[in-house]
Design a protein around this ligand. Structure first.
Ligand SMILES: [Zn+2]
Length: 268
C-alpha cells in the first residue's frame, strides 16, 4: 500500500466532484435560459374569473387581465372568491327572442343590489327549491362584508334579480317581456350583483352605515373583469318600476368609481 495508490484515488474523487459541479452549473444555466419565467403563476386567473364574466361581455382574453395586475396604481388587489351555486329553480335561460317573437339583443347591464340580511341568509334562500314563480329569486354574485365575491348563478344564465323594471340608457328605455304573465324586466340582459348590508341596515330605513372599503374594491375588481361599460352599471332602485325598491341604500358612487377608474381599462 503506497502513497501513489492514495494519490490515484484522490484524483478520481477530485475528477468526480469537478464533473458534478460542471453538470450543476450547466443545468442551472439551462433552466434560467429556457425554463418557465419565475413569479408569473401568481397572476394566473382562476376559473372563477371566467365565471364572473357575463358571457358575451368579457371579450378580453384571460391573458389581458394581467394588465390589471401590472398597473402601478392597482398592483395586486384580488378578492377572496368562492362558489355557492343556487338551486336551478331560482334562475333560468337567457332568451334570444321575447314573448312576442322579437329578437332580444341588449348589451349586458350590471344591476347593483343589497342583501338586507347576511350573505348566508341570501345563499340559503337561493339554494332552496322554489316551485312557485313568485318565490324564485337570485343574484349572479354577492359581495360579502370582507370583500369575498360569492358566485351564485352562472353569468350565462338569467338570474331573477329584478321584477318590473326598465333601464333608461343612451339608447332609450330597455326592458324585455319574456313571460306575458309578468311585467317586463331587465333580467334577460342583467348581471345582478348584491352587496351584503351592514348589521344596522337590517330594516326598512332609507339609509344605513354603508358598505366596506373591501366591498367597493371587490365590486370595482369584478366590473373590471367584464366589458360592461360604466354607463351600464346601474342600481335596482334606478331600474325598478314597482315603486318598492330602494337598494342599494347608502351606496357611495364616487368611492366606487375611484376604485373602478384605477383599472387601466376603466380610466376616467
Ligand atoms: Zn334589489
Amino acid at each position: 500500500m503506497g502513497d501513489r495508490r492514495w494519490f490515484k484515488i484522490g484524483v478520481y474523487i477530485g475528477a468526480f466532484c469537478l464533473a458534478m459541479v460542471v453538470t450543476m452549473v450547466l443545468a442551472t444555466t439551462y433552466k434560467v435560459l429556457f425554463g418557465p419565467p419565475q413569479g408569473i403563476a401568481a397572476a394566473e386567473p382562476s376559473y372563477t374569473v371566467e365565471a364572473a364574466a357575463p358571457k358575451g361581455t368579457s371579450k378580453a382574453p384571460l391573458a389581458n387581465q394581467g394588465l390589471i395586475y401590472t398597473a402601478e396604481n392597482n398592483p395586486s388587489y384580488r378578492p377572496p372568491e368562492r362558489v355557492e351555486l343556487a338551486d336551478p329553480s331560482n334562475y333560468g335561460e337567457r332568451y334570444a327572442v321575447d314573448a312576442y317573437g322579437q329578437p332580444l339583443n341588449n348589451e349586458f347591464l350590471a344591476v347593483l343590489h343589497e342583501t338586507v340580511w347576511s350573505a348566508n341568509s341570501a345563499i340559503n334562500t337561493f339554494q332552496t327549491y322554489h316551485p312557485r314563480d313568485a318565490d324564485q329569486v337570485s343574484y349572479h354574485s354577492i359581495i360579502d362584508r370582507d370583500g369575498t365575491v360569492i358566485y351564485v348563478v352562472p353569468p350565462e344564465k338569467r338570474a331573477f334579480g329584478a321584477g318590473n323594471s326598465v333601464f333608461e340608457g343612451a339608447n332609450g328605455p330597455e326592458t324585455a317581456v319574456t313571460n306575458p304573465a309578468f311585467a317586463s324586466s331587465v333580467n334577460n340582459f342583467a348581471y345582478h350583483i348584491s352587496l351584503v348590508t351592514p348589521s344596522d341596515g337590517q330594516d326598512n330605513a332609507s339609509t344605513h352605515s354603508g358598505y366596506t372599503d373591501a366591498q367597493y374594491k371587490s365590486l370595482a375588481w369584478l366590473m373590471a373583469q367584464t366589458t360592461i361599460p360604466e354607463a351600464r352599471i346601474t342600481t335596482h332602485a334606478a331600474v325598478d318600476r314597482s315603486g318598492s325598491r330602494q337598494d342599494p341604500r347608502s351606496f357611495n358612487w364616487p368611492h366606487f368609481l375611484e376604485y373602478l377608474h384605477q383599472y387601466p381599462s376603466r380610466a376616467a
